[in-house]
Ligand binder design. Structure first.
Ligand code: ATP
Ligand code: MG
Length: 430
């Protein structure tokens, strides 16, 4: 390859450029403020963990661990993986810092990049972002409804109003074995219609077959037993309490008896939030209870539930109807001559420090070129100062919208500009 040719980014990765990042920040601010209203605290976990954490925490017989992880041995020979999701790391951290000993109930949120080596396509990237919330230490159904209300409200606040929450219960280690036995019997009799992946999975992780998109597997699973028909009394009561409180809170949901998670530590409530906003129906969030995970990772038995929102898909949906403008430039200083430029530079720094976005060109440019730049930046006001104006002790302040100009005494410039923008800020509450 030509050593001077420009280097492109890695396939399936992307840049989020100014123009788009304002939207991402808006979504982040909305999510964070909502999480904090609900008593969630931010946790920041590493981008990389020991491979074993995900192998144990997500499960060997899953798409993620079998074929999607970015795993490599580092120079010391340790096997490391770029995190494909946040839940396992959060549980690792909860255990490692012995959080249960002080207060087992913890509510966390985290926002950041995840990595999965999938086939890149619209809405599917190899580095993508998730907005993640997890509640550890609460077993009761109210935690489930509260978390689903939280996810639902996030979409509402971002004006994504067509979401549907699909809901199911996956039972628990008491009732699931009976369901698995019934399912395995069906899978054995339908083996000839299953795809090669499901043939392999059917003994190790039969629930995964219910999730398979292959036509043969779907047809074979049409009459499959439903886990919801196998729930023990405790799981049934839990599920009824969740649906009951969701109705009480006016959170729309649909029971989807086919919704499964393939992993043993997933228990009881599983949900997915779907929208049509991206064309075909697709999931913008997935979540559920995982009462067995902390223990699988070597911690004390700890009930837990969480969800992850696909940030990229959410940004695409919100961005289709909402434009978040970049912060406008408040003031442009057009200065002519060395003395004026020197003073303009000092003023622009003072004003920036006071929270007023101020721009100028420090090189020697014509007034025409400077006004052009002020227009390009969309400056609200322009301060025009040449050597002659300075000699007179006044500069010109031009309102770019009304084109009105006024003379300002040099010594009053900073207070005039500061007062002007604090007035505008107070009016528009920016
Ligand atoms: P899918 O069925 O779309 O592969 P998933 O079950 O793998 O989703 P989860 O692990 O539950 O997804 O992650 C939660 C959310 O993260 C998904 O609902 C989706 O919006 C988003 N997501 C998952 N994988 C990707 C990806 N490769 N690119 C962009 N967003 C993703
Ligand atoms: Mg996936």
């Amino acid at each position: 390859m030509d050593p001077s040719s420009p280097i492109q980014l890695v396939k399936g990765f992307k840049d989020i450029l100014p123009g788009e990042s304002e939207l991402w920040q808006y979504i982040e601010r909305t999510a964070i403020s909502l999480f904090e209203d609900f008593g969630f605290r931010e946790i920041r976990i590493p981008i990389m963990e020991k491979t074993e954490l995900f192998a144990r925490g997500i499960g060997e017989v899953t798409d993620i661990v079998e074929k999607e992880m970015y795993t490599f041995s580092d120079r010391g020979g340790d096997m490391l993986t770029l995190r494909p999701e946040a839940t396992a790391s959060i549980c690792r951290s909860y255990i490692q810092h012995k959080m249960a000993a002080q207060d087992p109930v913890r509510k966390f949120y985290t926002i950041g990049p995840m990595f999965r080596r999938e086939r890149p396509q619209k809405g599917r990237y190899r580095q993508f972002y998730q907005i993640d919330a997890e509640v550890l230490g609460i077993a009761g159904p109210h935690a489930d409804s509260e978390l689903i209300l939280l996810a639902h409200t996030l979409f509402q606040r971002l004006a994504v109003t067509d979401t549907v929450c699909r809901l199911n219960s996956l039972g628990c280690p008491v009732c699931r074995p009976k369901f698995k036995a019934a399912l395995s019997a069906l899978l054995d009799s339908a083996a000839s219609s299953l795809c090669p992946d499901c043939l392999r999975r059917k003994d190790k992780n039969p629930l995964r077959v219910l999730d398979c998109k292959a036509a043969g597997c779907r047809a074979a699973m049409e009459d499959a037993p439903m886990i919801i028909d196998f729930l023990c009394d405790e799981c049934r009561c839990h599920f009824e309490a969740v649906t009951d409180t969701l109705s009480q809170l006016n959170v729309p949901f649909e029971i989807d008896k086919h919704l499964v998670r393939g992993l043993d530590y997933y228990t009881r409530t599983a949900f997915e939030i779907q929208t049509h906003a991206l064309g075909a129906q697709s999931a913008v969030a997935g979540g559920g209870r995982y009462d067995g995970l902390v223990e699988v990772l070597g911690g004390p038995p700890t009930p837990a539930i969480g969800f992850a929102v696909g940030f990229d898909r959410l940004a695409e949906i919100v961005g289709a109807t909402t434009v978040i403008p970049a912060r406008p430039v408040d003031l442009f200083i057009a200065a002519l001559g060395d003395t004026a430029r020197r003073l303009a530079f000092e003023w622009s720094m003072t004003l920036k420090l006071a929270g007023i976005t101020t721009e100028m060109i420090v090189d020697d440019k014509s007034l025409k070129a400077q006004m052009k730049q002020a227009n390009r930046l969309g400056a609200n006001q322009v301060l025009i100062m040449g050597e002659a104006e300075l000699a007179d002790g006044t500069v010109v302040l031009r309102d770019m919208a009304t084109k009105a100009q006024r003379d300002i005494p040099v010594e009053a410039v900073l207070t005039t500009v500061t007062d002007l923008f604090s007035g505008i800020r107070n009016k528009t509450c920016v």
